[in-house]
Design a protein around this ligand. Structure first.
Ligand code: SF4
Length: 274
């Protein structure tokens, strides 16, 4: 059954077929699909960011996650029953030549997995985009859906694991299967100076990837903490508590703390501190 996109009104099946007109869909009907970990490795080696995004957006290499994301897209949450769900992997999104990369854990089942854009359509994203806007990095303080006019300047947001996992917990095997997409993406972003990791999972994945790609990761490896900054060659790794409801509801992470993190990012990235 096709349902109308909340912004454009165009009708889509759930999951959304690649290249069917969804706003910002990087994929096409002809985009090659990875069905196994070895195929992720091969297809990640494209050398072109737009093509990488396209290949990510149709990946089917993790059977458990493919089943979960598509089941959620079909069943839907009652409050979104009238909407189509993206139901595919979430590619990186934002400025194609960023100085700052924000690295999250994985898309939310009814957030990115519904809207087709990273950190869009859930409470964590509300916090993150509001902070990006206050820091002068996002055009709007809200990010509700693909096609809503939101735009990032100097920043790209990516997830360490590109498909929504059950209970927000990818397995180590799923993390490792998805890793070549992230490694390839970072290699295609030469202007990045700051890698902001939201939570310990993203921090560990970032360190692992940077070490694998030959970056001079300090020994012993720096431990994650809110506000921790670690140099990795010409890059700064910066830690922040994840803006999950668990952290924001309890006051473990406040808007002022996030503002402080983005001020640090601007400073380390050689940008004017606002
Ligand atoms: Fe592919 Fe990553 Fe999704 Fe696994 S988690 S299916 S590797 S995009």
């Amino acid at each position: 059954m096709s349902l109308p996109h909340p912004v454009t009104g165009a009708r889509f099946a759930s999951p959304v077929p690649p290249g069917s007109g969804w706003p910002d869909d990087p994929g096409a009907a002809t985009t090659p699909v990875a069905h196994a970990p070895a195929e992720v490795v091969g297809l990640a080696d494209t050398g072109d960011l737009a093509e990488l995004d396209a290949r990510v957006s149709v990946c089917r290499a993790c059977p458990r996650l493919v089943a979960w994301r598509e089941d959620v897209a079909t069943a839907k949450r009652a409050s979104f029953a009238g909407e189509p769900y993206w139901g595919r992997p979430i590619a990186g999104w934002g400025d194609p030549d960023p100085w700052l990369v924000v690295l999250g854990l994985a898309p939310a089942a009814h957030g990115g997995n519904r809207t087709g854009r990273v950190f869009t359509g859930d409470r964590s994203g509300d916090w993150l985009f509001a902070a990006l806007h206050r820091a002068g990095l996002a055009a709007s303080p809200t990010s509700v859906h693909s096609g809503d006019g939101q735009r990032l300047t100097g920043v790209r947001i990516v997830a360490a694991v590109r498909c929504a996992p059950p209970a927000n917990k990818p397995t180590p095997a799923e993390r490792d299967t998805c890793a070549p997409w992230l490694a390839a993406e970072l290699a295609l972003l030469p202007s990045v100076r700051v890698l902001l990791c939201l939570g310990g999972f993203a921090w560990d994945v970032a360190l692992h990837q940077l070490a694998r790609t030959g970056r001079p990761v300090p020994r012993p490896r720096p431990r994650f903490g809110h506000g921790v900054v670690a140099p990795v060659g010409d890059l700064w790794l910066l830690g922040s508590y994840h803006p999950s409801q668990q952290n924001t509801f309890t006051g473990r992470l406040t808007p002022a703390m996030l503002d402080e993190v983005f001020a640090t990012a601007r400073e380390r990235g050689g940008r004017d501190v606002r």
